[in-house]
Design a binder for this molecule. Structure first.
Ligand code: NAP
Ligand code: F7E
Length: 330
């Protein structure tokens, strides 16, 4: 029997790339999908086979992070060797509008899975999708040793999940790790996140389908990497003999303004003629500058990024230009 993995958040950006990676390694992959009135699987439709075909290795199960008994039942039934917990309310701006919901899903959702593991005695390895947002106002560069100073309900919920993951490792001996991932993007990035919003707008403006791009804080700096490379780091973390926590980042930082100029340059336009400031995209508090120090991941996981923000902007803009309708399935 090969290795079996459960991915929560399989319909999201990272879940889709991770499912591809694990299937390519011969895994059997189970994915948690929450109920929706419309299809939420466009990022993984190319992986889903007819359920009647016997040699399929990808299986989808309905379930929600708010439903602990369903999560416990699925763990009991599927007996995964590895659990990649990627599901979350992941939009920082939305977390200011919906702080209680964000805490219930992004925070308590993690505890529900860890507790189901503890009670059942399931010997699975657990990956928690921790975030550079947890560093918040802490000055760069940020490493595993940097104290957290969360600046949003999302970040506070992720800090809670980070410590619950560590607590279950230290108190109960679970194999549970935190990947502290800095921003990572791709053509599959959700359309509300700033990189995708910019790449999409640059391509639409170049095609004459849009006139203006409205943005909030152009000065914020982020350490932007390429999502397919980051899911490789997640997998490597769970292959180590001992569980530990790792920062995953490029070590470079660019402003939102820089990313705008990269995308508009790609389509041959002067961004200053098309971008307008819009107050509605400002946050009650924003993280000013994130730059990760991923030395530990380099040393212990032999993981290194190869795609940096200028090339990432090109990849994302080109994908929008080629086939905007199909972009989320690339
Ligand atoms: P994403 O595209 O927003 O995907 C989030 C996933 O969570 C989706 O599959 C979503 O399902 C699912 N989900 C949300 N609420 C749920 C609920 N109540 N029950 C079950 N599933 C639920 O996020 P991503 O960019 O792939 O990120 C993956 C994880 O890494 C997240 O935890 C995120 O917070 C974290 N993270 C991301 C980054 C980054 O730069 N991308 C950096 C650090 C950490 P639907 O498809 O139905 O919405
Ligand atoms: O914002 C600024 C905004 O929403 C980046 C999530 O994956 O990464 C992501 O969180 C910056 C912020 O990502 C707009 O104020 C300006 O300073 O793309 P974002 P994020 O907040 O960094 C972390 C690591 C995660 O863990 C999260 O899950 O861009 N910004 N104007 C804007 N942002 C958006 N979304 N839209 C704008 O119009």
């Amino acid at each position: 029997m090969g290795t079996t993995a459960l991915i929560t958040g399989i319909t999201g950006q990272d879940g889709s790339y991770l499912a591809e990676l694990l299937l390519s390694k011969g895994y059997t992959v189970h994915g948690l999908v929450r109920r929706s009135s419309s299809q939420s699987t466009p990022r993984i439709d190319h992986l889903v086979q007819d359920p009647h075909v016997e040699d399929g290795r990808l299986f989808l199960h309905s379930g929600d992070l708010n439903d602990g008994s369903r999560l416990a039942m699925l763990l009991e039934r599927l007996q995964p060797d590895e659990i990649y917990h990627l599901a979350a309310q992941s939009d920082v701006r939305v977390s200011f509008d919906e702080p209680e919901y964000t805490g219930a899903v992004t925070g308590l959702g993690t505890t529900r899975i860890l507790e189901a593991m503890r009670i059942s005695g399931l010997p699975a390895r657990f990956y928690q999708a921790s975030s550079s947002e947890m560093f918040g106002a802490a000055p760069p560069p940020q490493s595993e040793e940097t104290p957290f100073r969360p600046s949003s309900p999302y970040a506070a919920a992720k800090v809670y999940s980070y410590w619950m993951t560590r607590n279950y490792r230290e108190a109960y001996g679970l194999y549970a790790v935190n990947g502290i991932m800095f921003n990572h993007e791709s053509p599959r990035r959700g359309e509300a996140f700033v990189t995708r919003k910019i790449a999409r707008a640059a391509s639409r403006i170049a095609r004459g389908e849009q006139a203006i791009l409205r943005l909030g804080n152009l000065e914020a700096r982020r350490d932007w990497g390429y999502a397919p490379e980051y899911v490789e780091a997640m997998w490597r973390m769970l292959q180590r003999a001992k569980p530990d926590d790792y920062v995953v980042a490029t070590g470079t930082s660019y402003s939102v303004r820089d990313f705008v100029s990269f995308c508009f340059e790609r389509v041959g336009l002067d961004w200053e003629r098309h971008v307008r400031f819009d107050e509605q995209y400002m946050r009650p508090s924003d993280v000013p500058d994130l730059v990760g120090d991923a030395s530990k991941a380099k040393l212990e996981l032999a993981w290194e990024p190869t795609v940096f923000a200028p090339e990432l902007a090109q990849i994302m803009t080109d994908a929008e230009l080629e086939d905007p309708a199909a972009v989320t399935v690339r």
